[in-house]
Design a protein around this ligand. Structure first.
Ligand SMILES: [Zn+2]
Ligand SMILES: [Zn+2]
Length: 339
């Protein structure tokens, strides 16, 4: 439901509390566009907003997997048109003039706001976004299907594409959840030998269905030894939000291998200097990706048939969708829809 001058949104108003509200429609400022949102994914990082892990100015609309059509252009916006379908991810748009932007490192732009944290996100019928953060959505995708690819998809695709593995190399994906179920698919379609690691025997069938060649049950034995038995991993993509799992798997890297952290964990990661030095192993983090890589994520997904497993809920049920995701019960991405 919306009138011309107001729209529905769901705001985080206090730690753990989401409320359905009505907000006045405003015009985009110079360099911004206004989007009529059609779908927005629910990501674990939304907890930063809802639980207040980041310093948040409440109320704040969460959501950084938003897809919709541009319905107004601010001044000086070039390259985008009213009616065009676009997406907005976690990175809210680079500035273009800071030292990192001028060096081509748009992800680490010093003046970049995070969508749903520093500015209102996509749990809403309208969204104002910086044009520099927009991604174009190809026709192959419905807005619902595109939404989870803008954060979960982009994050795993970008990390794997930048990683040092070559076709045929063993790549492990740690965790089969919102990120991991996409990571396994991307790794398979990029031509790697894929080992999926999760807790419990019940995930084995799903892992194989997603494209994993091997399934390692981390509860049944030592995952590092299982990886070494396969020759050692060139890359471990860590999507599980726990520092302990990184420690448990790190020695599964072969010499020159890298463990790439993409799932945010609050607890520290313990890795011994010996394990880093002997074998020249690396431990690194990767923060989502730039808009061009986002568009590549969508293009590669369309080409290879990679898709997120999605459950939809209407915007008014955002609190339920968020609670289900936080309880680890989403299979595997919750997406909010607007009518
Ligand atoms: Zn996210
Ligand atoms: Zn910048």
């Amino acid at each position: 439901m919306e009138s011309a001058s107001t729209y529905q949104a769901v705001e985080a108003v206090a730690p753990g509390r989401l409320e359905l509200v009505r907000k006045p429609v405003r015009d985009p400022a110079p360099g911004e566009v206004r989007i009529r949102v059609e779908a927005c994914g629910v990501c674990h990082s939304d907890a930063a907003t809802v639980e207040g892990a980041f310093p948040i100015d409440w109320p704040r609309v969460p959501g950084h997997e938003a897809v919709g059509r541009i319905d107004a252009l601010g001044a000086h916006v070039q390259g985008w048109a009213v009616g065009q379908r676009v997406g907005v991810g976690f990175l809210g748009g680079f500035c273009g003039y800071c030292v990192f932007c001028r060096g081509g490192d748009l992800v680490n732009c010093r003046n970049q706001e995070f969508t749903g944290i520093h500015r209102d996100g996509g749990y809403a019928e309208r969204l104002i976004a910086r044009a520099s953060g927009l991604m174009s959505i190809p026709d192959e995708f419905s807005s619902v299907n595109a939404a989870p690819l803008l954060c979960a998809g982009l994050t795993t695709f970008s990390a794997l594409r930048k990683a040092p593995a070559k076709p045929g190399d063993l790549v492990a994906v740690l965790g089969i959840g919102g990120l991991g179920h996409l990571g396994v698919q991307y790794a398979r379609h990029m031509g790697f030998e894929v080992a999926a690691i999760a807790r419990g025997a019940d995930k084995a069938e799903l892992a194989k269905k997603l494209g994993a060649h091997h399934y390692i049950d981390s509860a049944a034995g030592k995952p590092a030894e299982a990886l070494q038995a396969l020759g050692g991993a060139k890359v471990i993509l860590v999507t599980a939000p726990s520092g302990k799992t990184v420690t448990e798997t790190f020695k599964g890297l072969r010499p020159g291998g890298v463990s790439v952290i993409v799932g945010v964990s609050p607890d520290p990661i313990e890795v011994s200097g010996t394990d880093l030095i002997f074998g020249s192993r690396k431990l690194e983090g990767a923060l989502t990706g730039d808009p061009e890589t986002g568009e590549e994520t969508l293009r590669f997904s369309a080409l290879s048939g990679v898709s997120a497993m999605i459950e939809t809920m209407p915007l008014a049920k955002a609190a339920d969708a968020y609670a289900k995701m936080m309880a680890g019960k989403a299979r595997f991405r919750m997406v909010l829809t607007m009518d």
